[in-house]
Design a binder for this molecule. Structure first.
Ligand SMILES: NC(=O)C1=CN([C@@H]2O[C@H](COP(=O)(O)OP(=O)(O)OC[C@H]3O[C@@H](n4cnc5c(N)ncnc54)[C@H](OP(=O)(O)O)[C@@H]3O)[C@@H](O)[C@H]2O)C=CC1
Ligand SMILES: O=C(O)[C@@H]1CCC=N1
Length: 269
């Protein structure tokens, strides 16, 4: 699929790039990156055999599609520094909170596709929300192809929804990792060795996610599956009561709302 260039080659760009190479969506020589850090460029070049550039402008001019993958706080200054941006070159922005309007204010009336990916893209299990401006709509199939190759891609009906998607699936992997960390800690504190605790936790998380995904086709929801684990008067019921009594639902609501609010705040920087 022609060439793709990443402005900023950090954690999320690496997850996408590794996914794209392993799924053969792009070959290594069709992927360009730029980054402020020479060490990072050297690492990415040697790890993936892709083309590394010191200057963001060179990545734009060498690529058919540009992916903006720097932190939202510096996205404005990075965009301002891109000279004479071609009016027909599509930009995929993965920066949390960064609105399409800010991008077109700085680069002109160009095709823009906002995407909120997540790091499981690294292993082909990403989840991404996409929204394009009018000019970007014709590039949406290409963007969907890219993000479906490394997971699942969902086109959103409004740009506003991007803040919720950011709080849900963009940040979401971290919530599950924290839950896994806490499960491992609990098992270790109760006397299990760390390796066994860690492997059992990971396999359980994977199994639960796979089961939920498979059974959703048959109309079964996570709450139905939860009930099948919790035998009346059994161990799971005892544990779930503790989670409920300690307001797990309210804590999750608070966390996801705060992430959404932070995404909205990042639109203002
Ligand atoms: N991490 C995640 O799970 C997700 C992140 N995102 C979004 O992806 C974007 C990148 O996040 P993430 O990969 O985590 O962040 P990182 O900090 O890991 O990556 C950003 C990279 O850009 C580099 N950089 C800094 N300034 C410039 C510049 N002027 N020109 C070119 N490169 C520069 C940084 O270098 P240095 O570190 O030296 O400053 C760093 O290597 C963010 O906008 C974030 O909102 C979206 C979904 C999920
Ligand atoms: O934490 C962040 O701001 C980024 C966006 C979603 C995941 N990581």
């Amino acid at each position: 699929m022609a060439t793709i260039g990443f402005i900023g080659a950090g954690n999320m760009a690496e997850a996408i790039i590794k996914g794209l190479i392993s799924k053969k969506v792009y070959s290594c020589d069709e992927i360009n990156i730029s980054d402020i850090s020479d060490n990072r460029l050297d690492y990415m070049k040697s790890a993936y055999g892709i083309n590394a550039f010191k200057y963001n402008n060179l990545v734009v001019s060498s690529s058919d599609m540009a992916v903006l993958a720097v932190k939202p706080q510096i996205a404005g200054e990075v965009l301002e520094s891109l000279d004479d941006f071609p009016c027909d070159k599509p930009v995929i922005s993965i920066a949390a909170g960064l609105k399409i309007k800010k991008i077109t204010d700085l680069l002109g009336d160009i095709p823009v596709i906002r995407v909120m990916p997540n790091t499981p893209a690294l292993v082909g299990w990403g989840a991404a929300g996409l929204f394009a401006n009018k000019k970007g709509e014709k590039h949406l199939p290409d963007a969907q192809k890219i993000f479906s190759a490394i997971g699942e891609a969902f086109v959103l009906s409004s740009e506003e929804d991007m803040n919720i998607v950011t709080a849900l699936s963009g940040s979401g992997p971290a919530y599950f990792f924290l839950f896994m960390e806490e499960m491992i800690n609990a098992a270790v504190e109760l006397g299990l060795d760390e390796k066994t605790a860690s492997e059992l936790t990971m396999q359980t998380a994977l199994g639960a996610a796979m089961l939920a995904k498979h059974r959703s086709d048959a109309g079964e929801k996570p709450e139905d599956l939860r009930r099948k684990v919790a035998s009346p008067g059994g161990t799971t019921e005892a544990a779930l009561k503790e989670l409920e009594n300690n307001q797990l639902g309210a804590i999750v609501m608070l966390a996801v709302s705060r992430a959404k609010q932070r995404s909205e705040e990042l639109s203002e920087v």
